[in-house]
Design a protein around this ligand. Structure first.
Ligand code: NAI
Ligand code: ENO
Length: 285
């Protein structure tokens, strides 16, 4: 197996595959030689290289684990060096643009099954990786009419072996759903903390230090990697813009209710929210 991008998702995958002996030798590709050397020294990968051709030589399975905007480029570069029979999957948080661009680049005999493990954190990099990152979480596969059925089954078995519950969606539906349940919440968290992050007390102290636990809860994901989230928002632009519009409308409704001292409607808005949140907590993943 070759992992492209030995960060949170890539190194966690390598760790669980080693622990459960799911794959044989693991090669890792990255741009940072020091990171690859550390991953090798820690036994996360067997061989780290900044040479993509060397990284994929003889690979049966390649997993693209780099930021969304780099995935198609890395695939384009590696395609001529993949052996017939090689299977490629990925972990990108946006699916339709990747599938659209990668499928026409597939060499004869090489198969691609797009995947998105719904497992992660606001932390990134090798040091944040853990063998149990994927355990019990959902993994969305987004095959197309061109996807080879036997390969789809093998990739489903692979993600299940890693500990995931596999679900199949079209790439388009995936991007709509995750635009709503993942990308919008990250945008909101970034925007919320930006809106209040620079406010000061009369003594010129940061007001954030005076906050209660709620602010920490709602902004945890505002610590997420800026490059990763830039790429996700731009790649899923249409859905993210649509979700921002929906959110703006929801916020505007609450604003009006407060402005008009409409306590009954305001309470109704908050009560509806309690109901939705209850569904989320009851069936959280
Ligand atoms: N962090 C999360 O919670 C989740 C992330 N994802 C997806 O997983 C992918 C990786 O995310 P993380 O592991 O969190 O990021 P990360 O920053 O921990 O790891 C990314 C790795 O890719 C390498 N990299 C960066 N630019 C590259 C390029 N141009 N070409 C090749 N390698 C490059 C980095 O050196 C790093 O080792 C992203 O596509 C993201 O959308 C999917 C599910 C959850
Ligand atoms: O940290 C969190 O709670 C996340 O939401 C992690 C996450 C980030 C990106 C994904 O595509 C999937 C999961």
């Amino acid at each position: 197996m070759t992992i492209i991008g030995v960060g949170l998702l890539g190194a966690s995958l390598a760790k669980v595959c080693k622990e459960r002996q799911i794959t044989g030798r693991i090669a890792g590709f990255g741009r940072n030689a020091d990171n690859l050397k550390r991953a090798e020294e820690q036994g996360v990968i067997d061989h780290g290289t900044t040479d993509l051709k060397d990284a994929v030589a003889g690979a049966d399975l390649v997993v693209l684990c780099s930021p969304v905007a780099s995935i198609v480029e890395r695939f384009r570069e590696m395609a001529p060096h993949l052996d017939a029979g090689c299977i490629v999957t990925d972990v990108g948080s946006v699916k339709a643009p990747l599938v659209q661009d990668i499928e026409p680049l597939l060499p004869e005999g090489v198969h691609y099954v797009p995947a998105h493990p719904i497992a992660g954190a606001e932390k990134s990099g090798l040091d944040a990786s853990t063998a149990d990152l994927y355990e019990g979480a959902r993994c969305i596969l987004t095959p197309t009419d061109n996807t080879d059925k036997a390969t789809l089954e093998r990739i489903q078995q692979f993600w299940e072996a890693v500990g995931m519950r596999v679900q199949i969606l079209t790439a388009e539906e995936h991007d709509f759903i995750y635009g709503a349940v993942s990308h919008l919440p990250h945008v909101v968290a970034f925007a919320l903390i930006n809106a209040i992050g620079q406010l000061k007390t009369s003594d010129q102290e940061d007001i954030l230090s005076l906050s209660a636990g709620g602010l920490r809860d709602i902004t945890r994901i505002a610590s997420s990697d800026p490059v990763m989230w830039r790429d996700i928002c731009l790649a899923n632009k249409t859905h993210v813009l649509d979700m921002i519009d929906r959110f703006s409308k929801s916020l505007e409704d609450i604003r009006k209710q407060i402005e008009q001292d409409d306590g009954a409607s305001l309470k109704e808005s908050f009560k509806n929210a309690n109901g939705h949140r209850g569904k989320l907590v009851g069936q959280n993943s």
